[in-house]
Design a protein around this ligand. Structure first.
Ligand code: ZN
Ligand code: ZN
Length: 337
């Protein structure tokens, strides 16, 4: 099969022929139809983070396709079922976090496209317990970005509990932000989109943002004039953007972080945090239930996914495009042929 392989953290990915693995007990083999490019894949391929991925590595945690083979003991899925292969490839199911329904914080997780091979391939192995069915009303190309970008922002907002009369500010109208903005409306809040590109601000308006703010100008002043934010969801992996978002929060505001910058340090003022009762929260992807909810919302017409498809062979050029901030929202590798 064709797969995009990371052979070293300084080397470009190689699209080459790789042997198709057989599903072991509890696993399924999925023929990938669409596979989204998440910024995390770039960090994985470059070994940017303190905990390194396996090598060689097939990245990708937005793979969607049909099951073509079942491993021993898989009883609740069938050949032909269409499923998504999210970041949380498997959780233990026994630790206190799994039992409490917070499986993304499992103490013994497997991560798709990081600790095991992911979706930048014609075939990928998934765990039957953790793949998530894709309903008929959701195309594979739309399902791919929802599998990480969608569920990450949905779960992040859920943990910040925006109330109907509150304002959600979404920083960055990219793969995550364009969906986060729409979930802000799903949760019933007023939304403000923040970005530094005219095209992204236009997209935000088109997707229903109540207000848009150009962060090249006086972001904090503009936000104050618009009544401030009660929830700030920062989707760009930039400590400076997180710091600016903190300064836009009203008393009792919640700053929710989902992006993982290569520079791991965020400086925020203690004085304002205490006096305004601000919460700073992290949120890691979402659970299987969260992803099923995101698919259901999309099937019900509550969200729009903005994508451009590319062949897997273009993977290295796609990484450059994403790093240059030149893509509309999400690039998806089309493997359906
Ligand atoms: Zn991701
Ligand atoms: Zn666990």
């Amino acid at each position: 099969m064709r797969a995009a392989v990371v052979t070293g953290f300084q080397a470009p990915l190689e699209v080459r022929d790789v042997e198709v693995a057989s599903p072991g007990p509890g696993q399924v083999l999925v023929k990938i139809e669409a596979s989204g490019l998440c910024h995390t894949d770039i960090h994985a391929a470059r070994g940017d983070w303190p905990v390194k991925p396996k090598l060689p590595l097939i990245p990708g945690h937005e793979g969607v396709g049909r099951i073509v083979q079942l491993g021993d003991g898989v009883i609740d899925l069938a050949v032909g079922d269409r499923v998504a292969l999210p970041w949380l490839a498997q959780a233990c199911g026994r630790c206190r976090y799994c039992i409490a329904g917070s499986e993304t914080y499992c103490i013994a997780p497997k991560y798709m496209g990081y600790t095991i091979d992911g979706g930048y391939a014609e075939y990928t192995i998934g765990y039957a317990s953790h793949v998530v069915r894709v309903p008929d009303g959701v195309s594979s190309v739309d399902a791919a970005p929802i599998t990480c970008a969608g569920v990450t922002t949905f779960a992040a907002l859920k943990s910040a509990s925006p109330q109907p009369a509150e304002t959600v500010m979404v920083v960055g109208v990219g793969g995550l932000g364009h969906l986060g903005l729409q979930y802000g409306k799903v949760f019933g809040a007023r939304t403000i989109a923040v970005d530094v590109e005219d095209a992204k601000l236009d997209l935000a308006r088109e997707l229903g943002a109540d207000e848009v703010v150009d962060a090249r100008g006086d972001q904090i002043g503009r936000l104050a004039a618009l009544g401030g934010a009660d929830v700030a969801l920062v989707t760009v992996p930039s400590p400076a953007a997180m710091q600016a978002a903190h300064a836009c929060l009203n008393p009792r505001g919640r700053l929710v972080l989902v992006g993982l910058p290569a520079d791991n340090t965020l400086r925020i003022p203690v004085f304002e945090t205490v006096l305004r009762g601000i919460q700073v929260m992290g949120s890691l992807v979402g659970t299987r239930n969260d992803l099923a909810d995101c698919f259901a919302l999309h099937a019900a017409g509550r969200t729009r996914v903005i994508t451009e498809t590319r062949p897997l062979e273009a993977v290295n050029e796609c990484f450059e495009e994403v790093l240059a901030g030149k893509v509309p929202a999400r690039l998806v590798f089309d493997l359906a042929v």
